[in-house]
Design a protein around this ligand. Structure first.
Ligand code: NAP
Length: 311
């Protein structure tokens, strides 16, 4: 698996493993199998959150399973670990106030048996807390060595700009990674997302990230398994000709459609107007996961990228 360098110098695999369901709908045994397979195949970039997956449990499960896996395998130093703060857990805990950030980082470190997080994301914007307060609180964590770099998820581009202007003016650590909903299929933008900022990436946002040299970590990049199992395809995506195009090319290349979605994303930075995109996906099954991972090493020609982009 190819390694790429994040703006603060961290070296990560070009594909990120999502641990959202580990410990809830994915058993600990199955989670360990996927985690071990990812590491064996050269992966090192793992994504979780302080609230995964509270809709199926308490919200502590994913970080707890990762903490146990780090301890049992002794592999914490082989992983670039990303977690998040800011979304609710059973209707409580949402927000990016100083005391919330300070409380939840310590909870995440405790659960994951570690004393630092490599990449700490604001999980979603908090319009009720001044950005100065949020950016200063995050910066203090970097100063204390609890966090190495910062990212923002479910943030509008104009708010990212405002946050980073405040960081620059005050000498605070800026957001240098953006995590947002993005897959190959275009969304029905007229369908409102479940949370206000939980919006699919637009062409304008892609140009913004390109101009700012900010990588996009693309969450739900495999449309929840919908490329392989149509019953899992979210109704929010437009299917039709674009889906046919990637399906046909995947068949010609002898890979799954999901693997080609992964390949499209990791090759996209070669096209004008696209930032570095790091597909983020998870699975409860090693066979699904390793099939999808095949896309990470697939080099697409300029002509193939052009066909996929124009479909
Ligand atoms: N920042 C945010 O707000 C946010 C929001 C959502 C997610 N995330 C992150 O993104 C990660 C991935 O997102 P996601 O889980 O929403 O979506 P995803 O990666 O698009 O899809 C995961 C689903 O795809 C299925 N799948 C994969 N290969 C398959 C195959 N060959 N056949 C059938 N199904 C297949 C998996 O089912 P099986 O288990 O059966 O393989 C799994 O349920 C999460 O773990 C989390 O870290 C972040």
């Amino acid at each position: 698996m190819v390694r790429i360098t994040l703006p603060n110098g961290l070296s990560v695999a070009n594909v990120c493993l999502g641990a959202m369901n580990f410990g809830t709908t994915t058993t600990k045994k199955d989670a360990y199998a996927v985690l071990d397979a990812y590491l064996d195949m050269g992966g090192n970039f793992i994504d979780t959150s302080n609230n995964y997956a509270h809709w199926n449990g308490t919200g502590d499960e994913s970080e707890t399973v990762l903490g146990e896996w780090f301890r049992e395998r002794g592999c914490r130093d082989r992983v670039v670990l990303a977690t998040k703060v800011g979304f609710d857990r059973h209707g409580k805990g949402a927000g990016l106030k100083k005391e919330q950030i300070e409380y939840w980082i310590d909870e995440s470190l405790r659960k994951m048996n570690t004393d630092y997080v490599d990449l700490y994301y604001a999980h979603t914007d908090d319009p009720d807390t001044p950005l100065d307060e949020t950016m200063e609180a995050f910066h203090r964590l970097v100063e204390k060595g609890k966090v190495r770099t910062l990212g923002a998820s479910n943030y509008d581009a104009w708010r990212l700009t405002e946050a980073n202007h405040i960081a620059e003016a005050n000498g605070y650590t800026p957001y240098t990674v953006h995590q947002q909903l993005f897959t190959y299929l275009h969304p029905h933008f007229e369908i409102a997302p479940p949370y206000t900022f939980n919006e699919s990436v637009t062409r304008e946002r892609l140009r913004y990230l390109t101009a700012k040299n900010m990588p996009l970590v693309a969450y739900s990049s495999l449309a929840k398994g919908g490329y392989e199992d149509p019953s899992r395809m979210p109704a929010t995506y437009i299917q039709g000709a674009r889906l046919d195009c990637i399906r046909n090319m995947a068949k010609e290349k002898g890979v799954t459609t999901s693997a080609l979605v992964v390949a499209w994303m990791v090759n996209l930075y070669r096209c004008a107007g696209f930032p570095r995109v790091i597909p983020l996906f998870g699975s409860s099954r090693v066979d699904h996961f390793t099939d999808n991972l095949k896309g990470a090493d697939l080099i697409l020609t300029d002509e193939e990228l052009d066909i996929l982009n124009k479909a």
